[in-house]
Ligand binder design. Sequence first.
Ligand SMILES: C[S@@+](CC[C@H](N)C(=O)[O-])C[C@H]1O[C@@H](n2cnc3c(N)ncnc32)[C@H](O)[C@@H]1O
Length: 274
Amino acid sequence: MSVISRVKKTPPAPSLLAVCPGDDLSRGPAGELAEELDLPLLPLSTDPRRCTSARAVLLVYVNGIALQLTGKQAPGPVSVDFGESTMRHRRGAGHNELLGRAVGIGKKDGLRVFDATAGLGRDSFVLADLGAQVTLCERHPVVAAMLRSGLQLAQSSTDPWLAGAAARMTLVASDAMELPAEQLQDFDVIYLDPMFRQRDQRAAVKKEMALFQFLLQEEPDSNEDLLHWALASPVARVVVKRPPRAASLADVKPSHSIKGKAVRYDVHVLSGLN
Ligand SMILES: C[S@@+](CC[C@H](N)C(=O)[O-])C[C@H]1O[C@@H](n2cnc3c(N)ncnc32)[C@H](O)[C@@H]1O
């Protein structure tokens, strides 16, 4: 007897994230990354624009990893590539100079900066390029995996500029506030770039914002705690990146601010840089 079921089968809910090899040689590394991050593994031929089983895919290639939201309208992939043209372009721009001044580049040789909110590592790279020794701290495991991949790529580059700056960068995949206090004694500056909505509507910026908003939607907002933690740490200064007209973080008045058109750096001086 055949039974015709009239019950509509609902497709399984898509997972938030999945890993997918981007080329044939990356099947093994993709499997390892999926295991490390405890994420499902999709087959090689998966097209992110047609994929319905995950809301974003982490694509693994021989030369690095990229994250792409899925769906027809989704923006293109985002990866950590310190050698890309925008990073080279930023080098000559005033923005880098403001950031350098805020952390105190030039006041001490081999300035050691702890970037407690590393994200995609752009600001860290700028600081390393300006000569600082930078430790990048990132608590989101997927963002940390993207950073690790970007750093490996840069450190093995044959371009001396890129490899030189990357050699001054070290990654710590952790919540900054969970690190033992003695680990912070080695640093001169803590740099904070808490998440804020940018007015910059350039396509590349919108793509990154969409990605961050997606990834960090479940993350607790601990920005104020982060500032209080930083101010209680054994460093000479704490620098906070803010939108130009925003209130100071946690309403704590900085010692001074360095203002640019699109960004402001609030500098909390705790002691001299020596
Ligand atoms: C706006 S993004 C930073 C962007 C970064 N400055 C850049 O240039 O690419 C903020 C990042 O800080 C991370 N974050 C927030 N709180 C953190 C904490 N307590 N410890 C470590 N990372 C944290 C978030 O996961 C996110 O990736």
